[in-house]
Design a protein around this ligand. Structure first.
Ligand code: GLP
Length: 253
């Protein structure tokens, strides 16, 4: 078994990747202007957010009716903290694209009653009619959101302990400027796979192992991304440079 090749769209990185991702989202927003969308953070979607905001500014696309959730955040950080994913999304997307604040519900990294926050978040997604689209990045260890290797695939939104690999990656990305929290909060895999559509964004050579695990097509809790294998409406937008490297990894297994 291997991941269906129809699932993949390979394209060059940089602007081409950003445009392809933005086209994908734009197609949904044309069909359904009030779509409910879950957003990732990280380096990978930065081009998408810039492209999306530029299209809104040029009045080629509207996000005025769309509703947004995020996928994850660190626990113990407020929205003003430089590590906060809520702050990241505000700076890179919500403010530049002029998304109405009443259309945004983000996980509270500074929640004290974490279980109550998780329940409220699930209730808010359900009240919005469920996710039309979950846009995902991919961790170097195969995580989606902050669902780390070994996560329970039936879990809804929950608090997590971050893996040493994830924390080391983030420490390097932030040049060691801030201690990386040990815990996070994430939309669970059961909530992600309940989305009517999923767009997985994969760029950068560091993702080769995780993408190869997905392409092998074997559901494996040690590679959380493989939980997406059976999703009926999944698109993997991946940088073309990964096509041959991950194919080699598949045949080497
Ligand atoms: C973090 C986030 C994920 C994101 C991943 C990939 O771990 N919790 O939601 O998908 O990083 O980030 P990047 O795109 O920077 O590689």
């Amino acid at each position: 078994m291997s991941a269906p090749s129809s699932t993949f769209r390979w394209c060059r990185g940089g602007d081409e990747f950003a445009r392809a991702a933005a086209d994908h989202v734009a197609a949904l927003l044309v069909r359904k202007p009030d779509a409910v969308i879950a957003l990732p953070t990280g380096q990978t979607p930065l081009g998408l957010y810039a492209e999306w905001a530029a299209r809104v500014a040029a009045k080629k696309l509207s996000v005025a009716q769309a509703r947004f959730f995020d996928l994850d955040d660190y626990l113990g950080v407020g929205t003003d903290h430089p590590l906060s994913y809520a702050r990241f999304l505000s700076e890179h997307f919500f403010v530049p694209a002029g998304v109405p604040t009443e259309h945004i519900r983000l996980l509270r990294g500074d929640a004290v009653a974490i279980e109550a926050e998780c329940r409220d978040y699930e209730a808010a997604i359900a009240a919005a009619g469920g996710l039309d689209l979950a846009i995902l990045g991919l961790g170097v260890n195969g995580h989606i959101g902050f669902n780390e290797p070994g996560s329970d695939w039936s879990a809804p939104t929950h608090g997590v302990t971050l893996s040493p690999e994830t924390r080391a990656t983030h420490l390097a990305q932030t040049q060691g400027r801030f201690p990386i929290p040990q815990h996070g909060i994430t939309v669970g895999i059961s909530t992600i796979v309940a989305a009517r559509e999923i767009l997985l964004l994969v760029a950068g050579g560091a993702k080769a192992r995780a993408l190869a695990a997905f392409r092998r097509g074997i559901p494996d809790p040690q590679w959380p991304v493989t939980a997406l294998l059976t999703h009926p409406h999944l698109t993997v937008l991946a940088e073309a440079a990964l096509q041959s490297t991950t194919a080699e990894s598949i045949s080497a297994k």
